[in-house]
Design a protein around this ligand. Structure first.
Ligand code: BGC
Length: 751
């Protein structure tokens, strides 16, 4: 680093930089990292021409923004994605075929959230940071922390939860783990980016209260508690203004109230206006499509390039706005490996694969078990594994989050590996996916209208599936037990968008009905074999009324990553005791979610969030609505009891303490969830809100004391008229349980 500073000075023709004062030496010292030297930043800005400044604030290729060789400032290199470093694209959009770019494919982040294990959030970030660093990336474009508002959003698998607190806690760990490796997190997409339909233009009509209570808190947490070095703006508008250059979001809240000193990076192509981008907080413009030649976008024509220069030179906008952006970009460069020393990264190592396995083991959720699970391999001679998803690979699908996985263990492989020669495993695909244009909406807007050609293809595929179904049912009939593996898929195989793009970027689902005839297939399997467990993949739930009552066991596996097949097998056969808990409510159909029954989804030009703060369980619980599986729910092969709730005041905090006991006969893990219920609020408030949780592992008969400290913010609400956070004195009930509907302990506390 010292050497670099010397070169700066010589090239810049200035002696200011040559004098190596001790503070500068310290700032460039690895052990002081990530301290930023504002003095050095000032000097660099002073040395730059306007053209050079502008180079730093817009893209220079698909995933880089410009550097200044004269001043030895490197390009800033970014990469997707949130659950594994994306394949190498070079400087255009085509994947480099010859690159050694396989990576660890972790379970998707909704599976991470289902673990409710804070340590895993941190370790997940450490793995990604190491892999990104090894590949020379400075910014990793994740985690996705938008709130799950509707189960139909095609990107829910890239988001964590319907609850802002759970999202925030897990994301803070992720951000810290990542950034400790010298790679910036870029939590996305700020904010209220809750659908893919019309995502580039949809105008979200939402109250300030809902923004502050539901859509902002996880962003505030990654900034203030996680120390995120960058944030990605979103495509959508909020109340009339594009979020990437939104005065209230970026200037007032993010950089003002929350004190964010990092850089706001646009989503790819989300800048729409030079003036607003200059004034309202966009620091780096990426991906704007000026693609007369697909592989040669005209970067000099980006909003924050030539058009910005003209505005500044004409005096319309003061250059200090650009300086502030440059300062933030330089901070980002200094904090990351771009200009700092952080040691080498590592990729595709065993410990990363082990972490992928741990997250899958703890994130897969057992939702129903009438005693069928765990299966005992000594009692089974023949096992039928049925379903396309038992052999499907998921890593390289879904949009920008796709990963070129080093390997991916499918459920069928996981089951076969676990059973060895002891059990005869037979496989039938049962159904094949097909591309049905009528089943999803696209970023272009409307539900896709179906061409005659596609209708005919769908008819053919459906009749072929009848044959596959008969074959599978015959297999189920003769097996001692059945494991059905189905659910959603994420498509995106090549351009355009590939077959069956349900859980994928730029797509929303039309409803939650099981696709490709799986419902009928499950029902038929149940009618010939009463020992059939259902395992579903997916970034959300499916309608269950027609098959769940006759199904003895149901495991929801999300997309469980490269070791997912192994974890599924271990849970089914009892080598691992499941401990995942739902981070979103599973209701019976999408119409029951408040985004559909009260608000709008996906809207038309505008989308009205009329349900306001009543998202997920905040709505279902407050209005006592029946749900299939509540928020926070998940079964174990053992049982737990909660006792001895004590709620006390210590300093400025409320301390919640209780005992969790494993009352069954297996090792297991339980999550103590702490909810707050205001007894007599002066404004409408949800009947309960999650404010703390702790996961404990317990041997049979063992107990643990769980202590959760709540500070005053846990009791506050955002006043709809006063437009500020308010702490109301009065009586609150502290509730502890293992789902939002299974409250085991309650105690009143006065504030
Ligand atoms: C997505 C982002 C992603 C970016 C770069 C956008 O379309 O919304 O999440 O990071 O592309 O691939």
């Amino acid at each position: 680093m010292k050497c670099k500073l010397l070169i700066f000075a010589v090239l810049a023709g200035s002696i200011i930089f040559i004098s190596c004062d001790s503070s500068r030496e310290q700032a460039s010292d690895a052990k002081d990292f990530p301290n930023v030297s504002e003095a050095k930043i000032d000097s660099l800005i002073n040395l730059m021409t306007l053209d050079e400044k502008l180079v730093l604030i817009h893209a220079g290729s698909s995933f880089t923004s410009g550097g200044i060789p004269r001043l030895n400032i490197p390009e800033l290199v970014k990469s997707d994605g949130p659950h594994g470093v994306r394949h190498e694209d070079g400087r255009g959009w085509a994947a480099l075929d010859d690159a050694d770019d396989e990576a660890t494919y972790l379970p998707v982040v909704i599976c991470l959230a289902s673990t409710w294990n804070k340590d895993l959030g941190y370790e997940y970030g450490v793995v990604l940071g190491n892999e990104a660093k090894e590949r020379g990336k400075h910014v990793l474009l994740g985690p996705g922390i938008n709130i799950i508002r509707s189960p139909l959003n095609g990107r829910n698998f890239e988001y964590l939860s319907e609850d802002p607190f759970l999202t925030g806690v897990m994301a803070v760990g992720y951000v810290k783990g990542l950034q400790e490796q010298g790679v910036a997190a870029c939590p996305k997409h700020f904010a209220a980016n809750n659908q893919e339909t019309d995502r580039h233009n949809i105008d979200v009509l939402v109250s300030k209260r809902a923004l502050h209570e539901i859509y902002f808190p996880a962003f505030r947490a990654v900034v203030q508690d996680g120390g995120a070095w960058s944030i990605m703006g979103a495509y959508n508008k909020i109340n009339g203004q594009y979020t990437t250059h939104h005065e209230y979001l970026n200037n007032v809240v993010l950089k003002g109230e929350w004190g964010f000193d990092g850089a706001v990076i646009s989503d790819w192509g989300s800048v729409k206006d030079t003036r607003e981008a200059l004034l309202y907080g966009t620091d780096i413009e990426m991906g704007t499509e000026l693609l007369r030649d697909f592989n040669n976008p005209e970067y000099d024509e980006f909003y924050l390039a030539r058009p910005a220069k003209e505005m500044i030179e004409s005096g319309e906008i003061d250059e200090s706005y650009v300086d502030d952006k440059v300062r933030r970009v330089l901070r980002l460069l200094q904090r990351t490996t771009a200009m700092g020393e952080h040691g080498p990264g590592k990729r595709n190592v065993e410990e990363h694969q082990q972490l992928a396995l741990e997250v899958a083991r703890e994130g897969i959720v057992l939702l129903k078990n009438d005693g069928l699970l765990p299966l005992d391999k000594r009692e089974i001679k023949t096992l039928a594994v049925i379903g396309h998803n038992a052999t499907r690979l998921f890593a390289e699908r879904g949009g920008s989050s796709q990963v070129n996985a080093l390997y991916e263990i499918t459920p069928l492989e996981g089951i076969k590996n676990l059973l060895g020669d002891d059990v005869e495993v037979m496989y039938a695909e049962g159904y094949e996916p097909y591309y049905d244009e009528s089943l999803f909406r696209g970023e272009g807007g409307d539900a896709a209208s179906q061409s005659t050609e596609n209708r005919q293809e769908v008819e053919l595929a459906r009749s072929a599936n009848k044959g596959l179904m008969d074959e599978a049912v015959a297999l189920a009939e003769k097996a001692d037990a059945v494991i059905f593996v189905g659910g959603w898929i994420h498509g995106h195989e090549g351009m355009p968008w590939g077959e069956g793009t349900y859980d994928a970027e730029a797509r929303d689902k039309l409803n939650l009905k099981l696709i490709f005839g799986q419902e009928e297939l499950i029902r038929k399997i149940n009618s010939v074999n009463d020992r059939a467990a259902v395992v579903l993949m997916g970034g959300s739930n499916v309608e269950m009324n027609n098959w769940l009552p006759d199904t003895p066991a149901y495991l929801h596996a999300w997309y469980p990553g490269m070791e997912g097949g192994r974890a599924i097998a271990e849970i089914l056969f009892g080598e691992i005791n499941p401990s995942g808990k739902l981070p979103m409510t599973f209701a019976d159909s999408h119409e029951e979610y408040p985004s559909h029954s009260i608000g709008e989804f996906p809207g038309d030009g505008t989308v009205d969030y009329a349900e306001d703060i009543y998202v997920g369980y905040r709505y279902f619980d407050t209005h006592e609505k029946q749900v299939a599986f509540p928020f926070g729910f998940g079964l174990s092969y053992t049982s737990f009891a909660f006792s001895d709730l004590k709620v006390t005041h210590r300093d400025d905090k409320v301390v919640v303490q209780c005992t969790v006991t494993n009352t069954g006969d297996r090792d297991g893990a339980e999550v103590a969830q702490v909810y707050i219920h205001p007894k007599n609020p002066s404004v409408d408030r949800p009947v309960r809100e999650l404010k703390g949780f702790e996961k404990v592992e317990l041997a049979p008969g063992a107990s643990a004391t769980v202590t959760i400290e709540l500070d005053k913010t846990a009791f506050k609400f955002y006043h709809p008229e006063e437009l500020k956070w308010v702490l109301e004195s009065g009586s609150y009930e502290v509730q502890v349980g293992n789902s939002s509907r299974d409250i085991e302990l309650r105690e009143e506390v006065m504030l």
